[in-house]
Design a protein around this ligand. Structure first.
Ligand SMILES: *Cc1c(COP(=O)(O)O)cnc(C)c1O
Length: 441
């Protein structure tokens, strides 16, 4: 590596996320020059299939002409205006569309997923305060839950590696057992596990509801926990319990939203209506940072008052940025035009077939899929399975980053037959190459 490569300059000037920087001594970051459809093109002239949608944000591939045209048009009209005291067509139209899609209203915007979590938690607690129940200011989440990594969001993110160093800064929320279907005892179904987890939630709420503002859940798939999937029964029971104990239900659809699990939003598979929904990641089709929180009329009404302090005074400089909102509108237009909810099941079956050698691999446990999310748990003695696998996949032109020993794929919705086959072949070859290192000297 010569010192003037982008990778070397990056290591000298950029602090990369979610990374022990010293590890880049062995594996320098890969410089990407351009991207088209599901492919990333490196400055090294190689191409890499984006098997995890660039951290779960991309839906319709990179550089989609419809989103590009919308952004070019918006940039020529209005780049940005503050949203306090002003409004504009992209934010109004997007809010109307998200309202129709979620059955909730009054979209409040942030810039990324963690800020959506912050907004939902603050709104919930402030609601109870406005309602004369200020004691309801604590939160409860699921074991292994992930809702972002800002100090507030870390309170409900139950992943030790991300949280431990900051424990003194965080007002830790309670955690109740996850309904993760892998926890099934012999003879138990996924729905049985869900009911068992709901019983634990019921016990917890019975004791703590008077001080609890909200339960926050990732519906159907706890992605960062390693694609832990659960039965929709859990969400139905959680909804009923939150109603009974007067606790808000916050549904974090940041990763599961926008068709990822087979329906527009995962919670819709349970037929429930949450009190808050958090959206981000796929919201702009993977082009620009944007998040939104939608809530009920009842919550909104509790803030509507002559008293300024009863209002929700939260703000970010770029709240409701016109370019980001326009990218989101263009993404929703692509849902109408391309109808991925209708077409993804057939695509998913082709990917199932291409990945069958992984699913059948003798070291794989709990092969699972929901919508456009695949996961396989590996039995391996390699403590750094994830890093080794990632390296072997990259060498084969495929981006996959296992979470611990869980290999997963979460590709964009636009893989052609060649890309599908490449995903299956490269993912399997990388697995064989990684496992071969178990016995290597
Ligand atoms: C990624 C993620 C977040 C955080 O989003 P950022 O944009 O990374 O801050 C929150 N919740 C869930 C479920 C996520 O997957």
């Amino acid at each position: 590596m010569t010192p003037d490569t982008l990778a070397a300059r990056s290591l000298a000037s950029v602090w990369h996320p979610c990374t022990q920087m010293k590890r880049h001594e062995a594996d320098p970051p890969v410089a990407i020059d351009r991207a088209q459809g599901p492919w990333l093109h490196g400055t090294d002239g190689r191409r890499y299939l984006d098997g995890i949608s660039s951290w779960w944000v991309n839906l319709f591939g990179h550089g989609h002409p419809h989103i590009r045209a919308a952004l070019a048009d918006q940039l020529a009209r209005l780049d940005h205006v503050m949203l306090a005291g002003f409004t504009h067509a992209p934010v109004v139209e997007l809010s109307e569309r998200l309202g129709t899609l979620t059955g909730l209203g009054h979209a409040f915007y942030g810039s990324d997923g963690a800020t959506a979590t912050e907004i939902a938690l603050k709104m919930s607690a402030h609601y109870w305060r406005n309602a004369g129940q200020a004691a309801k200011s604590r939160f409860v989440g699921l074991a292994g839950g992930y809702h972002g990594e800002t100090v507030g969001a870390l309170a409900v993110t139950d992943i030790a590696l991300f949280r431990e160093a900051y424990a003194p800064l965080v007002r830790l929320a309670a955690t109740v057992p996850s309904p993760d279907a892998r926890g099934a005892q012999p003879g138990e179904s996924a729905a049985d596990v869900a009911r068992r987890a709901a019983d634990a939630l019921a016990q917890w709420l019975a004791e703590h509801h008077a001080t609890t503002a909200a339960l926050i859940v990732e519906p159907l798939v706890q992605c960062a926990a390693g694609m832990a999937m659960h039965d929709a029964e859990y969400l139905r029971q959680a909804r009923a319990l939150c109603d009974r104990y007067r606790v808000h239900l916050v549904v974090d659809e940041i990763a599961t939203g926008f068709g990822r699990t087979g329906t527009m939003f995962a919670h819709q598979q349970a037929g429930i209506r949450p009190d808050f929904v958090c959206l981000s990641k796929g919201l702009t089709g993977g082009t620009l940072p944007l998040s939104a929180v939608l809530t009920t009329d009842a919550v909104y009404a509790a803030f509507y008052d002559d008293d300024i302090a009863r209002g929700f005074l939260h703000s970010h400089s770029y709240t409701g940025n016109p370019l980001a909102c326009r990218a989101a509108l263009a993404t929703l237009e692509l849902f109408d035009r391309l109808d991925p909810l209708a077409h993804n099941p057939a695509l998913a079956q082709r990917i199932d077939a291409a990945c069958a050698p992984i699913t059948r691999h003798p070291r794989v446990r709990y092969a699972r899929r929901l919508g456009m999310v695949w996961a396989w748990d590996l039995q391996t003695t390699l403590p750094d399975f994830s890093r080794r696998y990632h390296r072997h996949a990259m060498a084969r032109g495929l981006v996959l980053r296992p979470i611990g020993t869980t290999l997963y794929a979460m590709p964009p919705y636009v893989l052609d037959d060649e890309a599908v086959q490449h995903l299956g072949d490269a993912a399997f070859a990388a697995l064989e190459a990684t496992l071969a290192e178990e016995t290597a000297p």
